[in-house]
Design a protein around this ligand. Structure first.
Ligand code: 4AD
Length: 456
């Protein structure tokens, strides 16, 4: 509460007031008669300067205070005579709550991201990760604000599931069977009476609720056992998945574009103090890139048009591309970073490379799917109009090796009250990478889960 009080005092330009603060020491320096401490309580990037003089009864102890030590201070907030801060706190009493050892690994210097990843339990204490975590928190609230103001309902979909939404087989099994890895494993004796896994997407459940509540969204953790050790893939990531009834692909794309613009605008205009660290130290082109997102419509091209652009580019790519295959990240990056230099929505993908639930277009060759690709990151959003026609859905499932009977409840939603509906999934970590300029997904979540990494 003191932090609120200080904020109000500063806003009202009332200074010289008794306040108390608790926090951790960033630095200590001494002059002849005074000791200066930089204290931070984690609420913002800026430290508060504490002035200590010999009138403090434990002044000798204070002169030995180390970086990272925890203090509780009472004093007078006054206008600072020196440059660098508007106010400072003249300490009247200081309680040393914890004196850190000199060996504290986070001394005042810049550490590499790799070093900090190995110390993920301590890295929230650094300016960079503190700022990232505050931005992460604020943007989570912004997500809810966006959907609430548009009349969406926030729903919670299961984390443990018996279905494989994306059909890509990247499932983490959930079991209590000791012999689950053996050929003889009998999952009818398992906890749920059948095979279960951690969810790769809340979409199928969200569809069920959208077909009665209208517009809904989920925002939760998702799990994929992809063994791709890249800077953009995590085994556990957070996804925002809106699902809208009476909605076609075009409306879906419009909603996704508005959503991204809202979050970018929010970051630039509401989160500026923390964002400034990334603008200054992490990515010099960040503001320009984010502002250009706001000032232009996203480019929209069909998958076929995208392939034609790649063909005409004359560029040699490592991976082949064709009208019947998915784009690889180098192709996506070419479209966003070199060709269009802004976000691109690629839509109408070949049917055979996409999951069963996407709506088949009239040409029978493509589905009403869309991906939003953004500069530096690649795919930020994946979405589609859903197949609402029972017979087409059944045929697609069978063609994809899925037994419709296993998804009887999903089929039921197409037997009763089926309407055109659409949705998308936005990877929250990728969004954070986009707005902060951080280039590795391991650095936008406090405790990343990637192949071979489960410490902390
Ligand atoms: O394109 P995806 O696989 O779409 C779905 O899961 C749909 N069921 C969503 C829907 O229509 N409701 O994933 C959506 C987004 C991707 O665009 C990406 O941003 C993110 O989720 N994503 C990952 N983020 C981090 N690590 C991974 N391994 C990711 N896989 C997907």
């Amino acid at each position: 509460m003191e932090r609120e009080k200080i904020k109000t005092l500063l806003e009202n330009q009332i200074i010289s007031e008794q306040v108390s603060v608790k926090g951790w020491v960033k630095t200590r320096r001494e002059s002849k008669e005074l000791t200066f401490l930089e204290l931070n309580d984690g609420s913002c990037l800026k430290n508060i300067q504490i002035i200590c003089d010999a009138s403090l009864k434990n002044y000798e102890e204070i002169k030995k205070i180390t970086t990272g030590s925890a203090l509780s201070i009472q004093g007078n907030l006054v206008k600072s005579p020196s440059q660098g801060q508007d106010v400072e706190l003249r300490a009247q009493t200081i309680d040393v709550i914890f004196l850190n050892p000199e060996s504290y690994p986070l001394q005042k210097k810049r550490h590499t991201d790799e070093f900090l990843r190995m110390n993920a339990h301590l890295r929230p204490r650094t300016n960079k990760y503190g700022a990232m975590l505050r931005i992460r928190s604020e943007l989570s609230f912004a997500v809810h604000q966006f959907f609430k103001s548009r009349g969406f309902f926030y729903i919670h979909t299961p984390i443990i599931t018996g279905s494989d939404c994306e059909g890509a087989g990247e499932l983490f099994r959930v079991t209590t069977l000791k012999e689950h890895a053996s050929e003889k494993a009998d999952f009818s004796k398992d906890f749920f009476g059948k095979e279960a896994s951690l969810t790769v997407s809340g979409q199928l459940s969200a569809e069920m609720v959208a077909l009665s509540l209208g517009d809904v969204y989920t925002f939760g953790p998702t799990f994929r056992a992809e063994n791709s050790n890249t800077s953009r893939h995590a085994a556990e990531f957070w996804m925002i998945e809106p699902e809208m009834a009476f909605c076609d692909l075009e409306k879906d794309m419009n909603m996704a574009e508005s959503f991204i613009k809202y979050l970018v605008d929010y970051s630039l205009n509401q989160l500026r103090p923390d964002l400034e660290l990334f603008i200054t130290y992490v990515d010099k082109e960040l503001v320009q890139r984010l502002e250009s997102v706001l000032s232009h419509d996203f480019v929209r091209v069909t998958h076929r048009e995208a392939v034609e652009i790649l063909m005409k580019s004359g560029k040699t790519f490592e991976y082949p591309f064709s009208a019947s295959s998915d784009l690889q990240s180098e192709h996506e990056r070419f479209l966003t970073d070199i060709h269009f230099k802004r976000p691109v929505i690629v839509y109408d993908y070949p049917k055979n490379i996409k999951p069963f639930y996407m709506r088949v277009n009239d040409n029978q060759q493509t589905v009403a799917a869309m991906d939003i690709l953004v500069p530096k990151i690649g795919e930020l959003v994946g979405g589609s109009q859903r197949e609402e026609r029972l017979d087409v859905l059944k045929a697609r499932m069978t063609a994809n090796g899925i037994n419709p009977a296993d998804y009887w409840w999903y089929m039921d939603s197409r037997i009763y009250g089926s309407v055109p509906h659409s949705g998308f999934g936005l990877g929250f970590e990728r969004l954070l990478m986009f707005v902060t300029g951080i280039t590795n997904i391991r650095d936008v979540i406090a405790f990343p889960r990637t192949p071979g990494a489960i410490e902390f």
